[in-house]
Design a protein around this ligand. Sequence first.
Ligand code: FAD
Length: 357
Amino acid sequence: METILVLTHTALSNETGADTGAALTRASLEAMTAGKELAAQLSASLTIGIVAPDSVAASAAASSLASAGARLLAVSGEPFAQPRYASDAAALEALARTANASIILAPASARFARVAAGVAHRLGGFIDTHITGLQIGTAPGAESIEATRWFYRQRVEAVLTRDVRPWFLLLDAGTHAAFAGESASAQVEQVAAQIPALRTTVSGLRSPAQGAQTIRPDAKLLFVAGAGWTKKQLDGQAHAPEAGDLILAFLRVSGASLGSSKSLVDQGGEGQPVLPFLTHLNQIGQTGSTPRHAKGLSTCCHGEEPHVVGWRFIAQRRAVSLDPNCGWTRGKADVVYVADAFQVMAKLNALLEAAKA
Ligand SMILES: Cc1cc2nc3c(=O)[nH]c(=O)nc-3n(C[C@H](O)[C@H](O)[C@H](O)COP(=O)(O)OP(=O)(O)OC[C@H]3O[C@@H](n4cnc5c(N)ncnc54)[C@H](O)[C@@H]3O)c2cc1C
């Protein structure tokens, strides 16, 4: 019989982006959903471990999870107010030992991804990362848990099973619905973590100003800019500053996340007109990221295969390109507008502004 532990942590102020009022990160709530579903399928016991800066935050987090009907454990205190390897590893180890868990699910947040492999090693267990799905195997005899992940830039999908316990599984964000239960009073068991001598002092956090943050994993829409935005246009001139204004205005009014083609972000190093707010972190594709959003809108981009690879998990794809023979029109997008993106985006921004007013 498996014992499932879901590890969660509260959001730091700079992690929440817009203030949603949620005490736990969205990725933690997604891991909760995965754990609850798995426990139900296996008729296994479910425990939730919370890492929080103080007991008040731990109780608030616990009450938002009370309806899951699980055992609630918390490690809290000043050392856990900031991510740091030594204290976070001690917290997760204490939670896993107290829960006596055989299957441990955790969100692949920067905080947990950094320590989970070390904790798995301390417990004599095993870890798999970038898990996108969990199901029960159909092989006759034993009930085996199957975990799914992608390899080779999301081209090959593998199904993993393991006999080693505890088995840590780090879940990619955006693969499960966030748990949303009724808030209720909850019994939380405080767990004491054995913290070693701390050599790292967290002196503060530095993060980009709110308006400069263009990568928004929770956004419904991914907006992607291609190299066409900085190419010479019909009048023989490039219009990079105007392109930048149109794109930033759209992000502001739509709340979309910003992606880019490799060609566009590479241009900075090649002395061509650039959009200063783009970096390689925005790059989508074979050598970039593969974000998950409900919708995607590509503009001034050709739809080349290495770029389109990054669109694998975008549910509905649309593109605006001047070229009627671009890659998007050859079966890679659901809808293609053969049009000038400068005109389309200016009109779209005006409509969105009017709708907001
Ligand atoms: C091994 C390898 C790995 C790669 N990995 C990646 C990767 O991870 N990500 C990635 O992006 N690329 C990657 N590439 C490069 C990729 O193949 C493409 O070259 C690149 O994505 C093209 O970028 P683009 O479409 O923005 O630019 P372009 O190919 O220059 O296309 C610009 C488009 O903009 C259109 N356009 C111009 N003006 C307008 C306008 N006013 N309105 C509307 N449309 C307009 C043009 O018609 C054209 O279709 C990789 C390549 C290789 C070989």
